[in-house]
Design a binder for this molecule. Structure first.
Ligand code: AMP
Ligand code: MN
Ligand code: MN
Ligand code: MN
Length: 272
């Protein structure tokens, strides 16, 4: 059996390690193939590709694109879900993909300022500068960097507490945001020669009908795979989404969604 790990994050987005350090871990853990899939950026791919070539590890160029679904859901609409689409085997020189990701990152900066304002209004002293001090690639500022700042300031004990108390819907520090459209993200991936993967479908708090609709919209737009084995899925969810993949004729993907030491359940290559 081959050990491929097709979902991992570096300092280029909200991971804690440099791309080369991730490659080293993947090689040590016996990976046969490794993908770097940073959120909304291709900035880490060169370093990872070179590091993988140096140790003879097969490298897959990837990305994880932030999407708002369904399209019709307005910014503040309670039906709006942030969905992640992983792209595997993409050409990082593709202009449409590069341009699409640039637009998403511009939205992140503006959103981060709104998150900071929201926290300030609630009397929580974590500023945009605090969050940026935990972010190696300022273009890619996101909730994880605010969460780390909240932990560092002693406001919460750990990352998931920061999300529970401050950064999820209905909490001070949560601001609605419009990401890319599902069909656009899949078109960018497809156009760049990649395979679009519906990331961690078990994480979206959708009911069964919504999951079916999401899968249908995803396939209609050209999506070809679903993440089955991933860090945030329970064994029951692995079975559930393996079933969806079989029934719909989608490829099944596997990826740790590793963000760094102490923040993730599985290192690259260590999942079932
Ligand atoms: P953003 O794209 O800025 O909204 O941030 C999303 C990221 O936050 C995800 O990719 C995860 O890395 C992280 N995240 C979301 N929810 C949690 C949680 N409950 N605990 C830890 N990290 C989380
Ligand atoms: Mn992340
Ligand atoms: Mn994700
Ligand atoms: Mn991820």
């Amino acid at each position: 059996m081959l050990n491929f790990d097709l979902h991992n994050h570096s300092l280029a987005s909200d991971g804690l390690l440099a791309p080369a350090a991730l490659v080293k871990i993947a090689a040590r853990n016996g990976c046969d193939g490794f993908a770097l899939t940073d959120h909304d950026t291709l900035a880490g791919l060169d370093e990872a590709r070179q590091a993988a070539a140096a140790v003879g590890l097969r490298f897959i160029q990837g990305v994880e694109i932030s999407v708002t679904w369904p399209d019709a859901a307005a910014d503040a609409d309670a039906r709006a879900n942030a969905i992640h689409i992983v792209g595997l085997g993409i050409d990082p020189g593709n202009a449409a993909l590069v341009g699409g990701l640039e637009a998403i990152r511009a939205g992140r900066r503006e959103r981060a300022a709104r998150i900071a304002d929201d926290l300030a209004r609630a009397g929580i002293v974590v500023t945009l500068e605090d969050a940026l001090s935990h972010c190696a690639n300022p273009e890619m500022i996101g909730r994880t960097h605010f969460a780390r700042a909240l932990v560092a300031k002693g406001r919460v004990k750990h990352l998931s507490q920061a999300f529970e108390r401050y950064l999820t819907r209905g909490k001070p520090g949560y601001v609605p945001h419009r990401w890319a459209q599902l069909a656009d993200a899949i078109r960018w991936i497809d156009g760049a020669g990649g395979i679009a993967v519906l990331a961690h479908p078990g994480r979206y708090h959708l009911d069964a009908a919504q999951v079916r609709q999401l899968m249908q919209d995803f396939m209609t737009a050209g999506g070809r795979a679903v993440e089955v084995v991933t860090g945030s899925h329970s064994p029951r969810q692995v079975g559930e989404f393996a079933g969806h993949a079989r029934a719909l004729g989608l490829y099944a993907s596997r990826g740790a969604d590793y963000h760094g030491p102490g923040e993730s359940r599985f290192e690259p290559g260590m999942m079932p």
